[in-house]
Design a protein. Structure first.
Length: 311
């Protein structure tokens, strides 16, 4: 059960405190841990505090569980199977992915190499456990809007953090890979830099990405796009959270090779894209996501010329 995935994040001595939290798995978005401060849980956009007995409350009181540095170390050691050395690369990148595709972001004292590059991290005192949700059918509304007579349009999904970008991209990949009423199945290549799209653990995807999907896990987007083009001949390339000019250069190279592009980015408007240096002329569809009553929804979809296709 998916509830067990949450409980298994924690060592046995504190696991029982998360039983009530795990029962709200479908609504659960984040678990925030900061040494010396109350444990916070976010469900459907609402923040709760966790008591020592595992009760969720909106009131900070004496019963709130203020997690200690020692308990933080216990959790990290458990996540690393009591071998931090084996997880050194994950820690260096600032996150650990666990079965189910749930990602634990970590922060602490950074250890730099002689040339100033992040080498490791110690005294980890902050964790953000982001809960992955696979929602098959999430892209149903968007699918007809990004196809034109079976032609898949280059599509960019735009949303603030926590508004379902990755969930939307995951279901787009699944439907495009398997085929739908809008177009036959296509060969899709996914570059999953943060192991969130496929939710891979030890190389095995935990999420359904479709029968014609090739996955590069924990691979930088720029390198991964070129690797897929050279080796797997994708018709469609999907990437999450594009950033600046390097990502755009790789996307342009993929376009020259005849690939269709699916991508996501943090933002709320076309102006946000311009400020971040994203070339909007590359994409043909822009899908904006947001929240209504605590749930992630499609707010509007625009065409290349700014024409509204859905609002």
């Amino acid at each position: 059960m998916r509830e067990g995935q949450i409980l298994n994040i924690f060592p046995s001595r504190i696991r029982e405190r998360f039983c009530q939290v795990s029962r709200r798995m479908e609504d659960l978005q984040e678990i925030r841990l900061v040494a010396g401060w109350p444990v916070r849980v976010v469900c459907l956009g609402e923040e709760y505090f966790l008591s020592l007995s595992g009760e969720m409350t909106k009131i900070i009181g004496e019963s709130c569980w203020r997690i200690s540095p020692g308990e933080m170390d216990q959790i990290l050691n458990h996540l690393c199977s009591y071998s931090r050395y084996a997880y050194e690369e994950d820690i260096r990148q600032g996150f650990i992915t666990v079965p189910g595709g749930h990602r634990i972001g970590i922060a602490g004292q950074v250890v730099l190499s002689q040339d100033g590059i992040v080498k490791n991290m110690k005294y980890i005192r902050c964790m953000n456990i982001r809960i992955s949700h696979e929602i098959q059918g999430a892209a149903d509304l968007l699918m007809p809007l990004i196809h034109d007579r079976e032609r898949l349009m280059h599509t960019l999904v735009i949303a603030p953090p926590g508004c379902g970008k990755t969930t939307m991209l995951r279901d787009l990949v699944r439907q495009i890979s398997n085929g739908s009423r809008w177009a036959p199945g296509r060969q899709v290549g996914v570059v999953d830099e943060r192991s969130e799209i496929g939710g891979s653990y030890l190389g095995i995807p935990g999420n359904d990405l479709g029968m014609r999907t090739d996955l590069l896990d924990a691979c930088p987007k720029v390198q991964g796009m070129m690797m897929l083009i050279r080796s797997m001949a994708p018709e469609v390339i999907a990437v999450d959270e594009i950033g600046g000019e390097q990502d755009m250069q790789a996307i342009r190279s993929a376009l020259r090779c005849g690939c269709r592009i699916l991508a996501t980015i943090h933002g709320e408007s076309m102006e946000d894209l311009k400020r971040r240096g994203i070339d909007g002329t590359v994409f043909e569809r822009f899908a904006f996501l947001g929240k209504k009553e605590g749930k992630c929804v499609i707010l509007n979809v625009r065409g290349k010329e700014g024409r509204e296709l859905y609002a």
